[in-house]
Unconditional design. Sequence first.
Length: 609
Amino acid sequence: MALPIEDYALIADCHSAALVGRDGSIDWLCFPRIDSGACFAALLGEPRHGRWQIAPVAAVRGIRRRYRDDTLILETEFATSEGSVRLIDCMPLSSERRDVLRIVEGVSGRVAMRMELVIRFDYGAVVPWVRRAGDTLLAIAGPDMLELCTTVALRGEDMKTVAEFCVSQGERIPFSLNYRPSHEAPQPAIDPEPALAATESEWRAWSARCTYQGRRRDAVVRSLITLKALTFAPTGGMVAAPTTSLPERQGQGGVRNWDYRYCWLRDATFALNALLLAGYHEEAAAWREWLLRAAAGCPEDLQILYSVTGERRLDEYEVGWLPGYGGAAPVRIGNAASKQFQLDVYGEVMDTLHLARTAGLEPEPAAWRIQVALLTFLEANWQQPDDGIWEVRGPRRHFTHSKVMAWVAFDRAVKDVEAFGLDGPVERWRQVRDAIHAQVCSAGYDARRNTFVQSYGAPHLDASLLLIPQVGFLPADDPRVRGTIAAIERNLVVDGLVLRYSSSTDVDSLPPGEGTFLPCSFWLADSLVLSGRREEGEALFERLLALRNDVGLLAEEYDTRGRHMLGNFPQALTHMALINSARLLSVPVHQARRASAQGERPAAVTRTS
């Protein structure tokens, strides 16, 4: 059975990513892209579905892990009765190669080690043909090939490759696994030590560009590194998570299992803000360009998510041969939510491009033409019901958050015309903006309970309503906003953390029982700060940081009873929310309030060089 989610760490290069367990096993790896078929899928099944473990033979008495400072190079130290050994894992950042590099380093004594490599392409379904070519082991199946190079002797055993060796203090034994299409000519084997040194240098150089100097800089830098690791460098697209089908409810079946290896338009504003906050203008510009390419076309065909290259067809299907994480089937590939109609994404696109202009990114001439086309469609369709921010698989409704984000779309368009001299029917846009605002304040607000509600005419609450002051729809000290925060605290907070919506709601056809939602919990911390309850917001922020695993990573959800993470891991939106909350806590309250009231993001403490 796979380890608890907290026991995994992320390694990644410019194209793909892997999860490494505390037991020295890589249980998830997709090649050649982060959304390709997995060659190690034990995370969603058993070792026979593919993994690569290097660990001591003797019983392990203690394990310590860390990332090297400002890098994504993982070090796992095992202590045994024979001595201790360090396992160094990374994926070199070369734009041409696809490698996993593992180096076993003796720390003390002389430790007996075992390596076990189980390669199964296509999510554990395909057993490759394995052969030797000199000192290299080749595993081939159809279009895929993996090449293993090491200095230790290898042998076949029960459809897997194993090695047994000893490592003494000061000794370093390298292993490298390279992917290439099976029809291409072989590449020279990577030289492990120089590759490790180059990777460390590249990560540290990237981290050194961070200009953020505000609260909890260590956590912010780790989150920025995580976002960088989830970015597909050739296109700039950032995936929501590197995994699929990690359940949102532990041990209760896997109905809420989704594939998150795609790029959500909804994440664009949060991602762009986080990158710009820290001075990463190049990455922010690449994300904006990905967004513009994805959004190009007929406005009515705008999807809520795309592949890392902008592909639209993300058909969802189930992989029946994998039993799922902890037995939580089904395992899903693709995401049917890509075909949902969600009004809020129009607002997120407009907000992202407004933020890019405000931050001074180099103008993109095509952007405004795309925006005007999106607004023309939205003007004719904002009064339609939609599927909402949480991609519920139930009937469409007039979700309050969706309408608020439709308001954001027109508000940002008006601001762009006023601030940047762009051409558009600004008076008409103002009228539409005002009409949406009036409708939300009437139909989306329950005056008797003094709270905004999830959808028009419904009694249910929704954590997305916490974003109302952050996008500038109403100020944080508005009585209706304060009432909404209080209602969410009474009804959606479990053990101090926030549910997305009540499990009693009839809006979703899926069974209830998911964990608390970590991004929403950060949003509550932000709302507390903006509404004048700074100490409470700071306390919640620090509690959320304490939920990170030992290497600083967070999933999407948290089970407060079982005290463990749930959902795909690590989760980009959670780390974006962490960064934005840290920024908010790094500026005076009056500055944060003023910026939010204008629909802007306050600048955090930064350095200029």
